[in-house]
Write a protein that binds this ligand. Structure first.
Ligand SMILES: *[C@@H]1O[C@H](CO)[C@@H](O)[C@H](O)[C@H]1NC(C)=O
Length: 215
């Protein structure tokens, strides 16, 4: 036994050493690659949010200018920034919403609806908080009704019912829901929705930074 022991220990040592070497060689590149990947993901996120913020700024300028041609051009630039943000972070709904609001400002209602459809379906929708989703649903309903009241009232109503569930302090959503009920001849429901809209409006509310209605 005592004759074998040193050899066994030696062999174990060799095995241990080669295993350690194996892992060291494997581990170093993995570590390096994953750090690189992480920083790449981080920087593409940062870049995407820079494009988004620039786009949001362009959109607010587009909204505040009284010169129509200027406004259209700024909205176009906002869409281009939203595009860049989307290409870097396709699962982030915010840029689709920005794009929709810019299209809406340009009067391209159907493109606006399409962009909101993308924001409100997977995978992008998962990036939205309840309130943000409620606000986006309200916006889609509003645009749908401005395109074609009669044909789109059902689908707008669906969005609005969901919207008031998600952001119960959105008085504009209750008001629009009331108008949808009116269109459908549902007088009592309409009355109730208008009353809720009034109550909500009288309540002091603190809206957070994610309020898309500010755009
Ligand atoms: C935004 O992207 C869409 C689709 O990728 C493209 O058709 C459109 O021209 C782009 N718009 C701008 C303003 O960059």
């Amino acid at each position: 036994m005592t004759d074998i022991a040193p050899e066994a220990i030696f062999q174990f040592g060799v095995l241990f050493l080669s295993l350690a070497l194996f892992f060291a060689v494997k581990a170093i590149p993995i570590e390096a690659v994953s750090t690189k990947l992480r920083s790449k993901v981080k920087s593409s996120k940062a870049q995407a949010s820079r494009h988004f913020l620039h786009g949001a700024h362009l959109l607010s300028r587009a909204k505040s200018t009284s010169n129509r041609a200027n406004s259209i051009s700024l909205a176009h630039q906002a869409i281009s920034e939203a595009n860049k943000s989307i290409s870097l972070q396709p699962r982030d709904a915010a840029a689709y919403i920005l794009k929709a609001l810019a299209f809406d400002l340009q009067g391209h209602k159907l493109s606006a609806i399409k962009s909101l459809d993308l924001a409100l379906s997977p995978p992008a929708v998962r990036s939205l908080a309840d309130r943000e989703r409620g606000d986006a649903l309200y916006k889609r309903a509003e645009i749908q009704l401005s395109v074609n009241k009669r044909r789109r009232v059902e689908s707008a109503m669906g969005d609005l019912v969901e919207a008031v569930k998600l952001s119960s302090d959105n008085s504009k959503a209750y008001d629009l829901l009331g108008r949808c009920y009116e269109m459908k001849g549902l007088k009592d429901e309409a009355q109730r929705a208008f009353e809720t809209a009034r109550k909500v409006e009288e309540r002091p509310v603190v809206r957070d930074r994610t309020d898309t209605s500010e755009f």
